[in-house]
Design a binder for this molecule. Structure first.
Ligand SMILES: *Cc1c(COP(=O)(O)O)cnc(C)c1O
Length: 377
């Protein structure tokens, strides 16, 4: 194979459709600051995500930073979270001057181990920030039970979970707030973008202020805000992409099933369990490489790479083990999370991934199972 295949590839709406859609911006010259298309996208996403309130943001990271800030937690408070995630989750907590308390995850699906949350709660704990990792829903009911018992807020990092339903309701309608990422590499995108979803109407005003410097009036600033507004070009990209989201998910589902049907018998490869109460958006295809497989995860990664297939070790290292934190969290007991981090591999999945390429990936993984790094010409 001479063409490089990456783990993901951005979906693009038809060129003509986007060009036609941005034309009105040359008439009134309003290209940012909560313009017409920003409002339009909020309306349409509320419906698609099946949530009662939404606030668009410049990206998923700022959505999480500001969602946390909106609750005005006392400085130094503790937040129980997962280390098996993108670094953004942990950064957003620390950049809010809060302390991340890492909870282990479950081997069977990579989400926070809801049975280990309670033992981490202290009188400084204010919130739980779980992640619906790869779009797999956390055990929302148990997490909410624990939160209710101790009066904690729950903010979900739902960056991967666009369009997922839990018990028939939009996944973004659970907890006190959820954040989504609309980055170019995600299943639905606005080039760069994100959103906070929530149910309390007063949060809308709060987030509106926080994403616009805290400006309340021409001469009045009431919050120490940031600049996290989604611009109109991005909002229009979202509106266009939303027209095709159904097809995008269907195309992924087809590819997801093809992988699953053909890899399921491979010795030493296992797949995450799916939460039975949640739907799937087929955003990623993570595989876990066991000791019984013919090679280790890094060897399979290299073997794929030699064939021009760029898989990713998401999420290795754990956020808690990243260089920026030194040895600060080295002694935290994260047995399952560390085990997963050393065995996880996310293989290419996107809506127009060529079926022929998929067969090659399948063949390479099957051969790796019997210690052979296949070289495909
Ligand atoms: C992508 C992602 C984010 C950050 O979103 P951006 O839009 O890239 O800022 C946060 N958390 C997780 C789990 C992500 O995958």
């Amino acid at each position: 194979m001479n063409q490089k295949v990456f783990v993901t590839r951005s979906s693009m709406p038809p060129y003509e459709e986007y060009i036609k859609a941005i034309k009105p911006l040359w008439i009134n010259h309003q290209i940012t600051n909560m313009g017409h298309y920003h409002q339009e996208l909020e309306k349409r996403l509320k419906k698609y995500l099946d949530v009662s309130e939404i606030s668009l943001m410049v990206n998923g990271h700022m959505a999480l930073e500001l969602a946390i800030q909106a609750f005005d937690f006392p400085e130094g408070s503790e937040v129980i979270t997962t280390p098996f995630t993108f670094i953004s989750t942990t950064h957003a907590i620390i950049r809010n001057h809060l302390k991340p308390v890492f909870c282990d995850v479950k081997l069977k699906d990579g989400t926070i181990d809801e049975d280990k949350i309670e033992e981490l709660i202290t009188d400084k704990t204010v919130a739980i920030i779980p992640v619906h990792v790869y779009g797999n829903s956390c055990n929302i009911d148990i997490i909410q039970e624990v939160a209710n018992k101790y009066g904690l807020k729950v903010i979900y990092d739902a960056a991967h979970a666009f369009g997922v339903k839990y018990k028939g309701k939009g996944i973004g309608s659970y907890g006190n707030a959820s954040i989504f990422s609309f980055h170019a590499t995600k299943i639905f995108h606005t080039i760069e973008g994100g959103a906070v979803t929530f149910f309390e109407r007063h949060m809308y005003e709060k987030l509106y202020n926080l994403k616009n410097f805290g400006i309340r009036g021409e001469e009045l600033v009431t919050d120490i805000g940031a600049n996290a507004k989604m611009n109109e070009f991005a909002a229009i990209m979202g509106l266009c992409n939303l027209n095709y989201i159904h097809t995008a998910v269907e195309n992924r589902k087809k590819r997801y099933s093809l992988y699953m049907e053909n890899l399921i018998g491979t010795k030493g490869v296992y797949f995450f369990d799916k939460n039975k109460d949640a739907t799937s958006n087929y955003a990623y295809f993570p595989i876990v490489i066991e000791d019984t497989y013919g090679m280790n995860r890094d060897e399979l990664y290299t073997c794929l790479k030699k064939n021009g297939i760029y898989s990713r070790k998401y999420f290795y290292p754990l956020t808690a083990d990243q260089a920026c934190f030194g040895n600060k969290y080295k002694d935290v007991k994260l047995e399952c999370a560390r085990k997963l981090a050393n065995r996880i591999l996310v293989i290419p999945l996107y809506e127009d991934l060529e079926i022929e390429t998929m067969w090659k990936i399948i063949e390479i993984i099957q051969c790796g199972g019997v210690k052979k790094c296949l070289k495909i010409k």
